[in-house]
Design a protein around this ligand. Structure first.
Ligand SMILES: C[S@@+](CC[C@H](N)C(=O)[O-])C[C@H]1O[C@@H](n2cnc3c(N)ncnc32)[C@H](O)[C@@H]1O
Length: 221
């Protein structure tokens, strides 16, 4: 792992990590957006699915339950959350390969065959602009032809209420610099610049912590 890169932990501070899953459930309408994301990803037998910034493994477990024979891979720089993921995946009777690393390393961390789908949830709002750009480039490089990227994260905050909630909760925990571009709706533009085609914001879900958007894009064949 590059020694000069740092990261914001799942709940903003390492000491809050044990409360992360509770916080997501309480503040993000978690079931709503994770179910919508799984429906969008449509995991299938034969898929190789990478969850970038997999955190405590909530999405990996849902992906595995939706398609038990899909190959699952998780990447995260935080060894403490990966330990939680390992336990959670095993408790669900599933298997996942877990790699310690940053989103920008997605291509170099993976062997072959290349992933058919890359997913990422609640990660982009936490990372610096340079990492958002490098992450999308690495996801594009990692995917096979016609591979798909699916992202769920805080996106364009369209109403005064959503902007106030996003500021009060997410920007308080994760700081303003990295989160503000998401709130201005930067992700589709960055996905397009990385090379993805058919980039779409497919759903916007208002929550107690700001609105969460789902996005998708496709790597050229
Ligand atoms: C808010 S949590 C989201 C976790 C999980 N994806 C979910 O949906 O619950 C953000 C995660 O991104 C990880 N992270 C932070 N910076 C990262 C980076 N540059 N590359 C990859 N993961 C990163 C953190 O360690 C944390 O586990």
């Amino acid at each position: 792992m590059p020694s000069d890169l740092t990261y914001t932990p799942a709940a903003g501070h390492h000491w809050l990590t044990p409360l992360y899953d509770f916080g997501v459930a309480a503040l993000t309408r978690e079931h709503r957006w994770r179910s919508a994301l799984i429906a969008q990803v449509r995991p299938r037998a034969g898929d190789v699915i990478v969850d970038v910034g997999c955190g405590t493994g909530s999405l990996l477990v849902r992906l595995g339950k939706a398609a038990p024979s899909a190959r699952l891979i998780g990447i995260d720089p935080d060894t403490a959350v990966l330990a939680r993921t390992r336990k959670r995946v095993a408790a669900a009777g599933l298997a996942a390969e877990l790699h310690i690393g940053f989103a920008r390393q997605t291509a170099e961390l993976l062997g072959s065959p290349p992933p058919t789908k890359v997913v990422s949830s609640l990660v982009f709002h936490q990372v610096p602009m340079e990492e958002k750009v490098a992450a999308l480039a690495a996801m594009y490089a990692a995917l096979g032809a016609s591979g798909e990227v699916h992202v769920a994260d805080y996106g364009l905050q369209r109403t005064p209420l959503m902007r106030v909630l996003f500021r009060a909760i997410i920007q308080n925990l994760d700081g303003r610099v990295n989160t503000e571009p998401n709130a201005h709706g930067i992700l589709p533009e960055l996905m397009h610049t990385a090379g993805f085609r058919s980039v779409e914001e497919t759903l916007v879900i208002p929550t107690l912590s700001g609105s969460i958007s789902l996005y998708r894009g496709v790597r050229a064949a």
